[in-house]
Design a protein around this ligand. Structure first.
Ligand SMILES: [Zn+2]
Length: 262
């Protein structure tokens, strides 16, 4: 299969029309006419991820976050973005970004996280035209939700504000927007969520939880790491539907999270 055919199939699942105007989804680097060897899926592109692609004979990297977001004015290798671009071109590796077109899809990261958290009755938190922003679901588990979330996501700590209110902890309405979703807190409140799970809140935004849904700021990386599973599943399906047994899909094993808790 040629790279451009993989792109076409992926756009059928995650149409480019769903991407936000500020975004830079699509084939950033590479010749689409080339045949695919294998594919590496990742949340972020770093030099280590490109090394991993080289080692595992992948000439396509499908990433959630675009490696090039703003225009580059030089290609000297002064920063990691320039070095990644140079390395990918040098090794003939295509880099394909699927970002807000995945975020704004019911097959995307927010719904994936809701499934990992075993929420039920899933629907979009909000819709804008064809875009499905975030996800809303019900938690009916026996454990309290915070413990449940930490177990499922293997988190030691979660940055929280507020409480789920007076409702029973056993049936909670959970709003989710993966990545930087703090701007959708008001939507979660108007949709009567008990808890809003997202990332990248600013200090003063946490005060809103005094009068609204509990905020669980689980971290940007932690909320979107499931993009790898989404890509892995969709690309494996494309290959199996087309009876392509020689192409393999690998999940990157590199922890690309730049944030550390010391
Ligand atoms: Zn993100």
């Amino acid at each position: 299969m040629k790279i451009k055919e993989l792109k076409k199939h992926l756009y059928e699942v995650f149409p480019l029309s769903l991407q936000e105007s500020y975004d830079n989804c699509g084939m950033t680097i590479g010749n689409e006419e080339k045949e695919i060897t294998n594919v590496l899926v990742t949340l972020d592109v770093t030099e280590e991820v490109i090394d991993e692609a080289i080692e595992s004979d992948c000439n396509v990297i499908v990433a959630h976050h675009p490696i090039v977001f703003r225009g580059l004015k030089s290609f000297r290798g002064d920063n990691y973005v320039e070095r990644c671009v140079i390395k990918a071109i040098r090794h003939d590796i295509a880099i394909f970004a699927m970002h807000t077109n995945v975020d704004n899809s019911e097959n995307g990261t927010s719904f994936e996280l809701a499934k990992v958290l075993e929420l039920q009755d899933l629907s979009p938190l909000d819709t804008e035209g064809d875009k499905a922003v975030g996800c809303i679901g019900t938690y009916n588990g026996t454990q309290d939700f915070t413990t449940h979330l930490k177990e499922k996501l293997k988190l030691k700590v979660v940055k929280c504000a507020g409480t789920p209110g007076k409702k029973s902890e056993k049936s909670l309405r959970i709003g989710i927007v993966t990545g930087s979703g703090s701007e959708f807190y008001g939507t979660a409140k108007s949709r009567e969520c008990d808890v809003f799970v997202s990332a990248d809140f600013k200090y003063h935004q946490y005060f809103d939880a005094i009068d609204g849904p509990m905020i669980m700021d689980i971290g940007h990386y932690e909320s979107e790491i499931f993009a790898k599973d989404v890509f892995f599943r969709e690309i494996s399906l494309i290959f199996s539907k087309n009876e392509l047994t020689l192409h393999k899909v690998y999940r990157s094993g590199v922890v690309t999270n730049p944030v550390r808790f010391l």
